[in-house]
Design a protein around this ligand. Structure first.
Ligand SMILES: *[C@@H]1O[C@H](CO)[C@@H](O)[C@H](O)[C@H]1NC(C)=O
Ligand SMILES: *[C@@H]1O[C@H](CO)[C@@H](O)[C@H](O)[C@H]1NC(C)=O
Length: 652
């Protein structure tokens, strides 16, 4: 069923002109005094937000905005499951009817946009707000952490602070001095910046849009394409249409189905006119001069997919934090993505500060890709729902099927890293299903390594198969290389576990019935003390005693079991062979002892209480039974271990 709510192009153009004319007149004559925080060179091209009620032109927003009601799921050939969280929303909607008079305590700056202009369209807002608060509350109760104000609850960042910050703020210069003198060709390709959003906060969404408009050279910016992925918040509807209609070069498309990031970006790509697509998250801020270096790299090689350095906006203070270069994107065997800084590379070569670096994966925050290459390589996998890991799929595919990926250091864009997700997956399993698609489509036999480290995915996979028929056909028709090639050529830094039977799995302690565990106080490669904790069964405690006698830990396999005095710790594994004897362990199957080779002491779970004596600072909130210590070998059950395989070696 296809319904087109689209005004003919000619009529739209005529009325566009009218509206622009009116917009300009009103904005320049009546409201110009209110825009003193904008940069003067932009005051003509980009009418800013109206701060006073505008005379409402009948139907005007609809003429400015393409409301695309065609069913994109049909277009993409996917059967999209209905979003379960919508049902939850509806339940909460009923619960909160008493909130009709209870206007939201705090709203976005959209409140002053249309006071009284259209009461009807704003009427459901209190309900929407309430139910959002409730959903956020429920999510927050499930979270650890002690942040206690509702602005953070709603979006996962401090919206109050965000609203006090100008939509046109300038970021402090963070580019390397070598970048500032770079000259770029006048004939760079044009860019369409595609920004997908779902219930983004007003201030962060608009700061993203204005940031692009304020930084991208006009001659290179074809358009900013906002794609609304079925937002539910009231302010994302008519008020946004109205606002966007006053911005030159910005278009708004709405999907009438929840598409998720991949599907939403693919929809945007299909409507984009620029030669290069720049996919951007809806809570970003661009550093001056960010676009040109990206366009240049793509223009030089149309199969190159590029990302800026992703700087960080602090979710609490909105402070801008520059990311250390060099950085690249990586993923682990649970198919989780990370940006990894590795400053050690910098010293060797002074030019490296401005030279792009190839990256096994790119994050989803900002990605620039030639429009035709993007389409020919298969866009985003339409079978991926909601978000997360679609950028890993795209990355493996681009590399395997003839493209390359790199981070361009002279381009910087800051991304708001949320404290938590403002909306969650309808169920946790959705994430696993997306990962299963990657594993089964791209990882060949290596997918077993993934399934051992994500047992939930393994069990889902046992009871259902992903429909990857189309993706396998694509892979074949593009002549893509296999995962072994990808691992050896593109991402040789990823440790490939051996996962030998009886020498890998959860390290189970007979005396306590618990498992060896590590709970990082800070995520990162530095490691720390190991403990015993209840066995998780999820694959998160998986380790691998390899033929080098290292006990490799974690989904990256980059941490090695090590000793510091009597404490057993994890430390970064050496990059080169042979490994040091301090990291070598021998497993005696008969006795179940795990012997540290250098000291010839045995791995033991400490008795309750002995931990606090040795180092009280190590006590954290994570559930644990006791520290892991090195002790003279005995046959005590606290020194008896075996590797428990959760997923049979043949698995998946
Ligand atoms: C940003 O930097 C400040 C100070 O250096 C630090 O306290 C803060 O945690 C950083 N925020 C993020 C998100 O990295
Ligand atoms: C899988 O998807 C293809 C099209 O993408 C469709 O033709 C086929 O019927 C689907 N198979 C199953 C088992 O649903």
């Amino acid at each position: 069923m296809r319904v087109w709510v689209r005004v003919t192009a000619i009529r739209r153009k005529t009325l566009c002109l009218w509206l622009l004319l009116l917009g300009f007149t009103l904005v320049t004559l009546a409201l110009s005094d209110l825009f003193n925080n904008r940069r003067p060179e932009h005051s003509h091209q980009k009418p800013g937000p109206p701060r006073r009620p505008l005379q409402r032109i009948p139907n005007a927003p609809d003429l400015e905005v393409i409301v695309d009601s065609r069913d994109p799921a049909l277009e993409l050939g996917v059967d999209l499951a209905p979003l379960k969280s919508l049902q939850e929303d509806q339940l909460l909607f009923v619960l909160s009817t008493q909130g009709t008079n209870n206007l939201p305590r705090k709203k976005g700056s959209y409140k002053v946009l249309l006071p009284g202009a259209n009461k009807d369209s704003r009427a459901p807002a209190p309900l929407t707000h309430d139910k959002v608060e409730k959903v956020a509350q429920l999510q927050l109760e499930a979270m650890e952490g002690d942040v206690g104000f509702s602005a953070v609850h709603k979006y996962g960042f401090n919206e109050v602070v965000s609203e006090r910050i100008s939509l046109h703020r300038r970021l402090p210069e963070a580019r390397h001095p070598g970048c500032l003198g770079e000259q770029y060709s006048e004939s760079l390709p044009s860019a369409s910046v595609v920004i997908c959003f779902h219930d983004e906060a007003w201030s962060t969404l608009l700061r993203t849009v204005h940031s692009v408009l304020d930084t991208a050279p006009k001659q290179h910016l074809q358009e900013v394409l906002l794609v609304d992925d079925l937002s539910q918040h009231g302010h994302m509807k008519s008020v946004l249409s109205e606002y966007v209609s006053h911005l030159e070069g910005v278009r708004l498309i709405r999907s009438n189905k929840r598409l998720g990031v991949g599907g939403c970006r693919t929809l945007g790509a299909a409507r984009a006119a620029g030669e290069v697509l720049v996919f951007m998250d809806s809570h970003c801020e661009c550093q001056k001069g960010w676009l040109e270096p990206l366009l240049e790299r793509v223009a030089q090689d149309r199969t190159r997919v590029v990302s800026p350095i992703m700087d960080v906006i602090d979710w609490q203070t909105f402070q801008y934090n520059a990311t250390q270069w060099p950085a690249r994107g990586v993923f682990d065997w649970r198919l989780d993505f990370y940006w990894e800084s590795y400053p050690q590379l910098q010293d060797k070569d002074p030019d490296s500060a401005v030279r792009p670096v190839q990256s096994p994966v790119l994050g989803g925050g900002v990605v620039a890709v030639d429009r035709h290459f993007f389409q020919s390589v298969g866009a985003y996998d339409p079978g991926m729902l909601l978000w997360a890991v679609e950028q890993i799929e795209l990355s493996i595919r681009v590399w395997s099927c003839g493209g390359t990926m790199e981070v361009v250091p002279c381009s910087r864009v800051a991304h708001l890293d949320r404290q938590h997700l403002p909306y969650s997956f309808p169920d946790q399993e959705q994430l696993q299903r997306n990962k299963i698609r990657i594993a089964d489509t791209w990882m060949d036999a290596y997918r077993k390594i993934f399934y051992r480290r994500d047992t939930l995915a393994h069990f889902i996979r046992q009871s259902e198969s992903p429909n990857i028929t189309e993706r396998l056909r694509l892979k074949k028709s593009l002549g893509c290389r296999d995962f072994h090639w990808y691992l050896t050529t593109v991402y040789p830094q990823l440790y490939v576990p051996q996962d030998r039977p009886t020498l890998s799995g959860e390290l189970y302690n007979v005396g306590t019935g618990s498992c060896a565990d590590y709970y990082p106080r800070r995520p990162g490669p530095q490691g720390g003390s190991m403990n015993a904790a209840p066995c998780s069964g999820t694959g998160s405690q998986h380790c691998d005693l390899n033929s080098e006698f290292e006990v490799r830990w974690g989904p990256m396999g980059a941490l090695c079991m090590d000793a510091s005095g009597e404490r057993v710790i994890l430390s970064p594994c050496p990059a080169h062979r042979p490994t040091t004897s301090r990291l070598q362990w021998k497993f005696i199957k008969l006795s179940g002892q795990l012997v540290h080779q250098q000291s010839q002491l045995c791995l033991e779970v400490a008795k309750e209480g002995s931990l606090t004596q040795s180092s009280p600072r190590d006590v954290n909130t994570h559930t644990k039974t006791g520290a892991l210590l090195l002790r003279p070998c005995t046959h005590h059950p606290r020194q008896q271990w075996h590797f428990e395989q959760l997923v049979a070696p043949k698995g998946a």
